[in-house]
Structure formats: structure tokens, C-alpha cells
Design a protein around this ligand. Structure first.
Ligand code: AP5
Ligand code: MG
Length: 226
């Protein structure tokens, strides 16, 4: 049985930041729907062009498109020992599709880590976010800027601001989250596998809280990477 974990939370909650670290510290593979769309867009594929139209408006990409993309991704060999889902599922239909696909492989969602962060903090985090084009590391001009402006500390790559991080689009992404994704909190609460984490704390505190919540699953099925 593999360990699969969902990071649930609003835009700017820290899902990508935490998923990257967790994947480095466990054998789980980071699968981020937004990153897959952005990669498809960079490659100029049809999927990327289709997703862009929705992402630029802060709307969700249609369920069937996202579900198809994610199920294809998790069928890859590097996902066999377990996945950290970041940004997926975002609707009930996506959650049900994921569950039934995992069930066919005799697998389940071990835990859902819900990052709770107040709205005003989210908007500031989004406005200040900078992401490395090369390695995906994230910085924040308000909280922890890179040492050299516009350059990644980790790999020297160029930092960019996401096109959907304008205040107007970010606010709309939040509205969409409240309407379409927040009901998943109750959905997973009822399944008994939801852990609420205070996402307002420092990044390393949040990572430790997540590792603690995942403890019993990681001990049995995930070993730290070399
Ligand atoms: P996606 O890329 O998933 O964006 P999102 O959900 O809006 O989330 P973000 O990436 O903005 O936030 P995050 O939680 O990852 O925060 P981060 O770690 O970067 O989706 C983009 C679009 O793609 C969607 O709008 C939609 O169109 C489409 N899409 C994707 N998935 C879809 C799906 N399943 N269905 C349909 N459509 C889909 O952190 C944010 C900032 O805060 C950074 O600067 C970071 O350094 C900083 N920070 C993080 N943690 C802390 C902390 N503890 N303290 C201080 N600062 C912190
Ligand atoms: Mg993200």
C-alpha cells in the first residue's frame, strides 16, 4: 500500500513551498496541478494553451482536463511509492475521480493536510511571491527575499512573478477557492483523515507539524531520500 497525501488550502497558503520540502525529505513525489499546467504552457502544448485561458482569469480549469492530466501523471513510475498532491483535488468531482482511480490500484489517500491561513496574509504572500524559473524555489519580497534581487539563492536561476498573481486575479482565485474547494474540508473531515495545520507559522514550523501529522504513515511506507 502506498502513502498518498493531499495538501489542501487556499492560494498562497504555502502548499507548493511545503510540498517541495516534504518531497525532498520523504520518498513521496510532488505532483502539482498548477506546475503541470505552467510547464505545458512553456512547452506550448494544446493543454497549456487551454489552461492559460482559465488561469489568467483565476478560474478553475475544467474537471475532465485536470483529472485526465493528473491520472496520467500518477501512472508514471516515480509515483509508485506515493504522491504529495498540491493543488489537486479542488472540486468534489476531482476528489471522487482520484479516489476511484487509487482504489483500482488498491491504494487510498492516507492523509489530507489542510493549511489554514487568514485572507489578508494570503494576499500579501501572493503579491510578494517570486519563483525560480529553473528549480521552482519560492521567495517572498516581504518575508524572505533572495540575497541577490531576481536571482535564486539555490541555483542562480532567474526569479519571476506569476501572471495570475496580480491583486485582482488573486482575489478572484480566493473567491473561487471559497466556493468550489472549501467544501472539500468537510468532505475529508467526514472521512476522518483531515489534519488541520496552522499555516500562519514559520515555514520550518509548518514542515515539522506536517511531518508529525504524517508520522505513522511515513514510518511504515516512506523512507527519507538519500
Ligand atoms: P496553483 O498553481 O495550484 O495555485 P494556487 O492554488 O492558487 O496556489 P498558489 O500556488 O498560489 O499558493 P501555494 O499554496 O502553493 O503557496 P506558495 O507555497 O507558493 O493553481 C493556479 C491555477 O491553475 C488555478 O487558479 C487554476 O486556474 C489552475 N488549476 C490548478 N490546479 C487545478 C485544479 N485541480 N483544478 C482546476 N484548475 C486548477 O506560497 C506563497 C508565497 O508565500 C510564497 O512567496 C512563499 O514563499 C510564501 N510562504 C509560504 N509559506 C509561508 C510561511 N509559512 N510564512 C511566510 N511566507 C510563506
Ligand atoms: Mg502553488
Amino acid at each position: 500500500m502506498t502513502t498518498n497525501v493531499i495538501l489542501l488550502g487556499p492560494p498562497g497558503a504555502g502548499k507548493g513551498t511545503q510540498a517541495k520540502t516534504l518531497s525532498e525529505r520523504t520518498s513521496l513525489t510532488h505532483v502539482a496541478s498548477g506546475d503541470l499546467f505552467r510547464a505545458a504552457l512553456r512547452e506550448g502544448t494544446e493543454l497549456g494553451m487551454l489552461a492559460k485561458a482559465y488561469m489568467d482569469r483565476g478560474e478553475l480549469v475544467p474537471n475532465e482536463v485536470v483529472i485526465g492530466m493528473i491520472l496520467e501523471r500518477i501512472a508514471q513510475p516515480d509515483c509508485a511509492s506515493g504522491v504529495i498532491f498540491d493543488g489537486f483535488p479542488r472540486t468534489r468531482e476531482q476528489a471522487v475521480a482520484l479516489e476511484s482511480s487509487l482504489a483500482k490500484q488498491n491504494s487510498t489517500i492516507a492523509a489530507v493536510l489542510y493549511l489554514r491561513v487568514p485572507n489578508e496574509v494570503l494576499l500579501r504572500r501572493i503579491a510578494g511571491r517570486q519563483t525560480c524559473k529553473t528549480c521552482g524555489a519560492t521567495y517572498n519580497i516581504y518575508y524572505f527575499p533572495s540575497h541577490r534581487p531576481g536571482i535564486c539563492d539555490a541555483c542562480g536561476g532567474r526569479l519571476y512573478q506569476r501572471s495570475d498573481d496580480s491583486m485582482e486575479t488573486a482575489q478572484h482565485r480566493l473567491d473561487v477557492y471559497f466556493e468550489q474547494t472549501m467544501p472539500l474540508i468537510e468532505y475529508y473531515q467526514r472521512q476522518g483523515n483531515l489534519f488541520e495545520i496552522d499555516g500562519q507559522q514559520e515555514i520550518s514550523w509548518v514542515t515539522d507539524a506536517m511531518l508529525k501529522a504524517l508520522g505513522k504513515y511515513l514510518v511504515t511506507s516512506a523512507q527519507p531520500k538519500e
